[in-house]
Design a protein. Structure first.
Length: 59
């Protein structure tokens, strides 16, 4: 039983590693900081932001 639980735990760790967060993070060093993206090729990139550590996203 212990061997099965250990195997399950290790499998879950491997899955979490493979499906790790796939986003780039910018952190403001001071209040009032800003960030911009320029789209020179007009290809409508999927740009979203999160203010709660990636829990919710806004386009």
């Amino acid at each position: 039983m212990l061997k099965k639980l250990l195997t399950l735990f290790l499998l879950q760790c491997a899955i979490n590693t493979v499906f790790a967060a796939n986003y780039l993070t910018f952190t403001a060093e001071e209040a009032g900081s800003s960030f911009g993206i320029t789209n020179y090729h007009d290809n409508n990139p999927d740009v979203q932001y999160s203010l709660d550590g990636g829990e919710t996203w806004t386009q």
